[in-house]
Design a protein. Sequence first.
Length: 538
Amino acid sequence: GGRTFGSPVRVNQVGYAVSGPKQASIVDATREPVRWRLLDASGAIAAEGETRVRGDDAMSGDHVHLADFSGFRKAGTGYTIAVGDAVSLPFDIAENLYGSLRRDALKYFYYNRSGIAIVGDPYARPAGHLGVAPNKGDIQVPCRPGTCDYSLDVRGGWYDAGDQGKYVVNGALAAWQLMDSYERSPSTPDVLDEARWEMEFLLRMQVPDGKPLAGMAHHKIHDEAWTPLPTQPQNDPQPRYLHPPSTAATLNLAAAGAQCARVWAVRDPAFAKRCLSVAEKAWNAAVAHPAVYAPREDNVGGGPYDDTNVTDEFSWAGAELYATTGKRSYLDRVTTRLTADGFSWKDTGGLADLTIVRLPSRFPADRVRAARSRVLAVADGYVRDLKAQGYPNPYLPADGQYAWGSNSATTNNAMIIATAYDLTHRAGYRDAVLESMDYLLGRNALNQSFVTGYGERASHNQHHRIFAHELDPKLPEPPPGSLAGGPNSALADPVAQQNLPGCPPAKCYIDEIGSYSTNEVAINWNSSLVWITAFVGS
Ligand code: 9MR
């Protein structure tokens, strides 16, 4: 209650593809269609028509109409949609809408690198966590007291999110998604510079030979206690510890390592070989220790990334290792199927099907047929979910609750729809991915673009220790191309609890730096944004 969201006419604040679908969503209590007008930059009417009454939208609680101006195909800037006296925010109609967003979404990873000086004002900063005082990490990082007798050099990689922890489970997923964008479209090797920065870190997280649980991956490395906001990495004085290995981290290292071996096979055979040897060693260690789980309680100074079911991680890693090596024993562990639940850092089972359809020549034909039909069926379901909503979104959670990082459910589901497009070239899939972009960029219940720097009402204040402009005006805002986690029904932080009581799921979001449960960034969310912006740009 009480919050207002500007114009009731909601558009993609960046714009619409000349030949793509073009719709606005309008909050309007009228039960009958109303007139809409498309205005050009001079205010002249370029097109007009009647809305379709979509009705009550369950996720937002809004009564919504749709204006469809897909037939209008004249490129330009400064267009708006008007309904009565209400006017939308301005948008473009353009051929190449998402080229710069793809580049910026990828640059996110550079700005969030650990262990290297960052150049480029206003984001330049010294290298962080190279053991230079006051830093105590990440060159000789001991295990949390009492958990092992060695230390590891785990420099590099990306900071996870608004915190400066580094976590193997989702780090491997994010690297995988960038590498998959390359495997889909090898003409975009720029993703590999970033993926390799993370891969090198992930390889360092493996337990050395001769130690207990040798070959497994440490689950994570982070500060002893949560550092305050802001904290620049180079100023962090906290002790940092390796946390005990987990089977999930080990298998995700195996999955990304196996893919790394393919991706660098020609460019850098020595690195490819190293990736595969780490991956196979990790796999063997996971087989020997199949139920070592990271505890949910290990959430002080860093997130837990807890998971007590790793059948899905075995399956995904098995698919990746089989694709690279052709060894039958890996294929035997590929037991999961893509379902309407999609995938996330915790649920990686569906990724096995994505790997199979990415590399059909490497899998038995019956497996390929089955994976393909599942991808299409799941994508069809997401397209239905998207079309069923007043603010079309391929995410429509069965339990009616928006999850932490809901925007990554949108982007990951859009990736599955995009994969269906790649398999069939049916225009409806591509249109649905473009409409998913509309949701992220302002055609939603909040009139909010969740991507910094893109749209008139874009997120500015994402939860971040480095780019904490809201708390210290001398610091920059998060760089353009950073995706906020998005609405989260759980209201799992004090700022959300204070400001959003009783919110309908799609409105449980606030652009304040303290709201880490709705407004954080994360590597495994931005990797998905890179993937789909590469898709819609191609
Ligand atoms: O993305 C994670 C989400 O699925 C979990 O529900 C949430 C709470 O455990 O943690 C999220 O990951 C955060 C991590 O724990 C710490 N770094 C920031 C991550 C994004 O908010």
